[in-house]
Design a protein around this ligand. Sequence first.
Ligand code: ATP
Ligand code: MG
Length: 451
Amino acid sequence: MTSSLEASALDTLGQVIPEHVLEIARVLARTGHRTWVVGGSLRDQLRTVLAGSSPNHGADWDLATDAQPQVVQRAFKRVIPTGIKHGTVTVMLGQQGYEVTTLRGEADYSDGRRPDSVYFVDDIREDLARRDFTINAIAYDPLARVVEDPFDGVGDLQRRLIRAVGSASERFGEDGLRVLRAARFVATLEFDLDPETARAIEPSLDSFRKVSPERVRDEWIKTMKARAPSRAFIVMRDHGLLSATAPALLGPEQSTGEAPLQVALRAVDLSAPNPSVRFAALLHNVGSASVNDQPVNQSAELAFGLLSSLRFSNKDRDRIVSLVRHHAAFDPDTRSDADLRRWLRRVGPELLEDLHALMQAIASARAEATDGVERLFERARSILKLKPPLTIGELAVTGNDLRQELDLAPGPLLGRTLQALLELVLDDPEQNQRARLLALARDTAAKLESS
Ligand code: ATP
Ligand code: MG
């Protein structure tokens, strides 16, 4: 089968192929080889073409060819051997790079993680057959203007279905990441799972458990770019992926009322597609429970553990954990400016806008009013505009000044004195002047020493 694409759609697809892609195909044609547009880039262009929306002219294009990698390398002036072992090279034309991959066959996966080896083939259909889902297993020859669609991926694009190529259980057994990719596409494309593909997920969980945490992390990050990431997390919850990766998100078994995960997922969908905010929304209540009717919250600790196990960078992890730690709303009207300065010191001004987005999303997800949150952040912003010192480093005196002027030896007393000065300045930023602080420091150090 070639494809069920109508002539007009084929025409629109032809028009969106950039000149560079045609140039690569023509150069390889002179060496006796064919080139196809494949993968996610073709899928996404076809989707817009089928929806009648205007195609994305600035998109990346994944190319496949029946030429061996060495042939591709020789055919172009500037080529980067990006993943030459797997048959991928990047052809540079102008400022633009194009990944060109030699057709590959399905290799053995003895560990459910990575193919043991790759081998090159010259039949585009064999290459398409090793791909995960029908919508990702379409190829378009831009010179012949022919679509190869052996698994009716175009039909599934129209039906909005994620369906495995061939036997879903076999495909999922080979590479456990595919089940998570299925969940991700349910969210990013807003498609449904084909029932047979869905049924094959649970029996494949053993292979899913072998997938490296880095690959799982990357899928989760891509999932967060969807309009409604909850679609993917619901698939993960319903088919056992979440209990394999993050059982804490499923919460205690016999909780009453709405499951915390439901609230968290609503908050994820309601936040803008900023990954830190969305991960914080997902995790904000992962550790809330009540023990003897007392609320306890270990969400920040559990978030730290989960993000570490998924190998998030320390920087990303710490940012998300801070957001989780500080998300609790409070009534700003009962707090003084000094209270808010202390709160800002704990939060850190650089986190303020993300925290605002997070607290708004959580309040909306709980169907609570957001005006308290708005007032809090308005006040916080106007306080920050006055640039109050929030850290010891922003004091008008340094530890060195205190050592010289007060004859203080380096050590705990010096540190405690600076800390006490900061507390005074947080109460009243006007005090942050060198002479004033030195005078205060004399009293403070004397008091601390005698206490
Ligand atoms: P994205 O929009 O995230 O780029 P994609 O489908 O393009 O999605 P890539 O990882 O860029 O995903 O892979 C390109 C193509 O390679 C896919 O469309 C699919 O045909 C194939 N592919 C990728 N990962 C797998 C996998 N784990 N198993 C089988 N085929 C895969
Ligand atoms: Mg891609």
